[in-house]
Design a protein around this ligand. Structure first.
Ligand SMILES: Nc1ncnc2c1ncn2[C@@H]1O[C@H](COP(=O)(O)OP(=O)(O)OP(=O)(O)O)[C@@H](O)[C@H]1O
Ligand SMILES: [Mg+2]
Length: 589
């Protein structure tokens, strides 16, 4: 019931159209009732009394009746369709907005395909309910009312007898409906899982082929698909059973009625016209009631989908803006982590981090894979909120500022490069005003001019989904150009040069040096060449800061940084050399 009322709220803006639709609909239903009603004059006046003038009047009236019915049917169909489609379009927009507003943690937990399935499949089901089924239900219900009126008007005693059988017919409708709703929820879940699986399979084709996993994937798909089949079959079983039960009940009713009604006519208490008008109305009732039963199933399905859609719309994003949030203005770029701890689910990834980064300072964060470097920088644009402690920019807790103003001041090059299925220029300017000179400058600073020159349409070339038409290094340079173009006072580079070769890395290194001038910069890198240029190096281990200082100080301390440094040198020269020698080499370069 709550769901119905909530859906009605979305219908409200279109209530005038809906009102007219319902008026036309009632006219259509009334004309259905009239059709049964005129059976009596047709039989009694034309066939029994052989009244010649009625022979003209009644057929003429029937023609008028059907024309009027046709016109009303057209308008109600159009208007109801309009209202239904509008409501569904609105819900889809609201749902998309809700999905879009979810924090990253939501997307960590929900497979992409499931979210897609919600917006496409579930909304489609609501569409069926609202625009098609609801129309049919209203029309059929009104027709039933009109016909019931005729039935009672013609012979109320007989009507009561027939309707005594009705409760037996209604019980299965309700019962079947409940069972169907359960099955329908299962079906939709199964469809969503299938979509999720497909999405992952198609985006992961390269790896699947490389590992010859096609048979395995096929097996998994078949399993899931079979699951879907089983669930759907349950629905068919319930549906297929409900029709014969209704029909059998109908047959019994008709038999009883003919026996009793025939008696009445034979004994002269009723006319044949009266009886046939009654029977016509009763038989005409059968179709709409049967349809109502079917539609009930569709509605249950739609309601299940509605429930899932509202679940997302109602979901409170964990990352919220305070009502009195302020705008972060004239950012200097002081960043401070005060006693920050963070956990994704239940394992702490960061523990008591205290770190002060002065404006325009360049800080490198180093540490083994998985120690929490990316997690640490993700806290700055509030991709995730701290579990304990706080992050401050220019002394203001970032939870007190408007999200938009915070994120506008942070440019980020993420570890896995994310580009969009759009032109280079739109990827670089991404949401900002397009200034061609600045775009070119950003691209050349990122050493990506060559990338652009090679493309058939230059800056306007579409780079394909996730930038598939570019190489890994090319993608990375475009992502750097995007960060340069954003021109924000705080810059985060998470392994920004990891997929570049030494030559282009050197060039991009220079670009980054250009870029970081005058900004607070946090660089996460494994390569020493990148790290050594930083003002300060912070070494993370197991979620804690274990060392801090500039390169010179850190290599002289016994600790993880020195180990890392030695390791890298060994790798580069493919042989073990003494630490002092390595240090000298580095100083030379
Ligand atoms: N979305 C997530 N949900 C749950 N746990 C996560 C999530 N992202 C990362 N983790 C866990 O948090 C820890 C730190 O991850 P993080 O990505 O910060 O590491 P990192 O230092 O950036 O490593 P790398 O150098 O490999 O990029 C890892 O152990 C990882 O398993
Ligand atoms: Mg990382």
């Amino acid at each position: 019931m709550g769901l119905y009322l909530r859906l009605l709220k979305y219908v409200k803006p279109y209530w005038i159209k809906l009102l007219f639709a319902m008026i036309f609909m009632s006219l259509v239903s009334a004309s259905n009732g009239l059709t049964a009603f005129i059976v009596k004059p047709v039989l009694d006046k034309i066939f029994f009394e052989k009244n010649a003038s009625m022979l003209f009047i009644i057929p003429f009236g029937i023609i008028l009746l059907y024309i009027a019915k046709g016109i009303c049917d057209y308008f109600q169909g159009y208007l109801m369709g309009y209202v239904g489609q509008r409501v569904v379009t609105d819900i889809r927009n609201i749902l998309f907005r809700a999905v879009q507003r979810q924090p990253l943690s939501f997307f960590d937990k929900t497979p992409t395909g499931i979210s897609i399935s919600r917006v496409i499949n579930d909304v489609n089901l609501i569409q069926n309910t609202v625009s098609d089924t609801l129309t049919a239900v209203l029309k059929d219900a009104l027709t039933v009312i009109a016909l019931v009126f005729v039935v009672f008007y013609r012979d109320w005693k007989l009507a009561i007898i027939s309707f005594l059988i009705l409760p037996f017919a209604i019980y299965p409708i309700v019962n079947f409906g409940r069972r169907l709703r359960k099955v329908s929820i299962k079906t939709q879940k199964s469809v969503a899982r299938l979509t999720a699986f497909l999405h992952e399979n198609i985006t992961g084709q390269r790896i699947i082929k490389a590992f010859c996993m096609e048979p395995y994937e096929e097996r998994r798909f078949e399993e899931e698909n079979d699951n879907l089949f089983q669930t759907v079959m349950k629905r068919y079983r319930i549906r297929a059973l409900s029709s014969p039960i209704m029909e059998a009940l109908g047959g019994i009713a008709v038999a009883v009625i003919i026996w009793y009604g025939g008696n009445q006519v034979i004994s002269g208490k009723s006319t044949p016209g009266n009886f046939f008008s009654f029977i016509a109305a009763l038989l005409m009732l059968y179709e709409p009631i049967k349809r109502l039963n079917k539609e009930n199933h569709n509605i249950q399905q739609g309601l299940a989908a509605t429930q899932r859609v509202f679940e997302i719309i109602d979901r409170e994003p964990e990352i919220k803006e305070k009502r009195d949030a302020i705008d972060l203005k004239n950012v200097q770029g002081d960043i401070e982590f005060v006693n920050v701890s963070f956990k994704y689910e239940d394992r702490y990834v960061l523990k008591n981090i205290n770190l002060k980064i002065r404006k325009k300072e360049v800080v490198a964060i180093v540490g083994e894979s998985g120690v929490g470097k990316t997690t640490l920088v993700n806290l700055i644009p509030r991709f995730y909120d701290v579990t304990e402690g706080s992050v401050k920019i220019d002394g203001i807790d970032i939870r007190d500022v408007k999200l938009k103003s915070l994120r506008e001041n942070v440019a980020i090059v993420t570890q896995d490069v994310i580009l969009f299925n759009d032109s280079i220029i739109n990827n670089v300017t991404f949401g900002q005003e397009i200034d061609l000179e600045r775009v070119k400058l950003a691209i050349s600073m990122a050493h990506a001019d060559e990338v652009v020159r090679k493309l058939p349409n230059g800056l306007h070339t579409n780079i394909g989904e996730k930038g598939v038409r570019l190489s890994g290094g090319e993608k990375q340079r475009i992502a750097i150009a995007r960060a340069i173009y954003k021109n924000a006072p705080i810059l985060i580079l998470d392994e920004a040069t990891s997929s570049l070769d030494s030559a282009s890395e050197l060039m991009v290194q220079k670009a980054i040096e250009n870029l970081i001038r005058g900004r607070t910069t946090i660089i996460i890198a494994h390569r020493l060449s990148t790290i050594m240029g930083a003002d300060r190096i912070v070494v993370l281990d197991k979620g804690k800061i274990v060392q801090e200082g500039d390169h010179q100080t850190l290599v002289e301390e016994e600790g993880p940084y020195k180990r890392l440094f030695e390791l890298q040198y060994r790798k580069k020269h493919k042989k073990v050399i003494s630490f002092e020698k390595a240090l000298k080499n580095v100083e030379k370069t």
